[in-house]
Design a binder for this molecule. Structure first.
Ligand SMILES: [Fe+2]
Length: 370
């Protein structure tokens, strides 16, 4: 593409109008300091308007405009620029930010144990007609864990998209859905008890949901962006099942194909370790723990990886009721209640199951530190 084509193409894109009372100073700031290219300028002898372009942004610099000064964010990975800002002659502000535009990192509060009770559930409507209930009511934890539902059955108005995440899983709690993932072949039915690892940036789409779908979704970091991909159609013919996405691979852990083992040394609890840990490069894990007998007094079932100090831990009660003990407190839990350690699991947040019914079943999600 030659310069003329660049110029002409830029003239058909949407423009941001920027006032430049001192036209030459404004023009010099955009072209010499920021690197914009001139697509059009007029009149030649004493210009007062110019169309400028840089990395997909088109600016209409106008001497006579009275529009308020604007702020431009320029993504960069150059450490000397990152976090800096500058101001142009007409008040235009320029900030150099990270690609993901993370919010300022806050110091995390001390580890704490929180209970998200079903009776306190607050549902909000989110993307693609889904209702969301947050399981983490703590600021700056850096993680999102949501109980998401779509009532009834039918097509889901979703589009091909991806998430800028470090770790993200979805567990099918109730109902089912038809999903499709880039490189993984034909759409498949995501059934109750199945769990998917959505590696960073994998394109995907929810096609249909059935029988009052309910899922649990966990994402890190919480302030990740979701992007539409208008170029890719899904499903498509491309098969890349083992593709590496930033050290992670897609995995679908089917409940029907799972192996259950004794939970630690217990004879009365079994655990299903999903393939999430292995496929995520041990970034995080998902396990299901189930009671195979009645337990009272002195049952000591604690989270599976308690030797480590994970950055995040969640128990979501899938079935049955039980009592957990945390320090001197006992807490009764029932289906869809959750125990959350949003600032890490350690000595402060340690808890164990002290009583439960047969069939008591817990979804455990953890994120390893580092
Ligand atoms: Fe998604």
């Amino acid at each position: 593409m030659n310069t003329d084509q660049v110029g002409i193409n830029s003239l058909s894109t949407i423009r941001l109008v920027v006032a430049a009372p001192d036209f030459q100073a404004g023009l010099s700031f955009f072209t010499d300091e920021l690197g914009f290219a001139v697509a059009m300028i007029a009149p030649a002898e004493d210009p007062n308007v110019a169309v400028l372009t840089l990395e997909g942004l088109t600016v209409s610099l106008d001497k006579h405009s009275e529009s308020a000064p604007v702020t431009l964010e320029i993504p960069t990975d150059e450490s000397e620029l990152l976090g800096t800002s500058k101001e142009g002659p007409n008040g235009t502000k320029v900030s150099y930010v990270t690609f993901a535009r993370e919010s300022d990192k806050m110091t995390k509060p001390s580890p704490t144990l929180a209970i998200a009770e079903q009776s306190d559930a607050h549902w909000v409507t989110g993307r693609a007609g889904m209702a969301y209930r947050s399981l983490i009511d703590h600021p700056n934890s850096g993680f999102t864990a949501s109980h998401i539902r779509i009532e009834g059955s039918g097509e889901v108005p979703d589009w091909v998209h991806f998430h800028d995440v470090g770790f993200q899983i979805i567990y099918c709690f109730r109902g089912s859905a038809k999903l499709v993932y880039e490189g993984q072949g034909e759409p498949f039915i995501f059934n109750e008890g199945d769990c998917v690892l959505q590696p960073p940036h994998i394109r995907h789409r929810v096609l249909e949901s059935f029988n009052d779908l309910e899922v649990i979704e966990f994402s890190s970091p919480s302030n990740h962006a979701t992007y539409a991909d208008p170029v890719m159609d899904l499903p498509n013919e491309l098969l890349t099942p083992d593709r590496d996405f930033s050290g992670q691979r897609f995995t679908l852990s089917r409940q029907a194909e799972s192996h259950w083992n004794n939970h630690k040394d217990s004879n009365s609890f079994i655990t299903r370790r999903t393939s999430i840990s292995e496929s995520s490069g041990n970034v995080g894990w998902v396990n299901i723990i189930e009671a195979t007998g009645t337990h009272q007094n002195g049952v000591d079932v604690s989270p599976l990886n308690s030797e480590a100090t994970p950055d995040f831990l969640l128990w979501f009660i899938l079935e049955g009721s039980g009592v957990i003990t945390h320090r001197d407190k006992t807490i009764n839990l029932g289906p869809t209640d959750a125990v959350v350690c949003p600032y890490g699991y350690n000595n402060e947040t340690e808890f164990s199951l002290s009583e439960c019914q047969i069939g008591f079943r817990v979804l455990e999600i953890g994120l390893n530190s580092g």
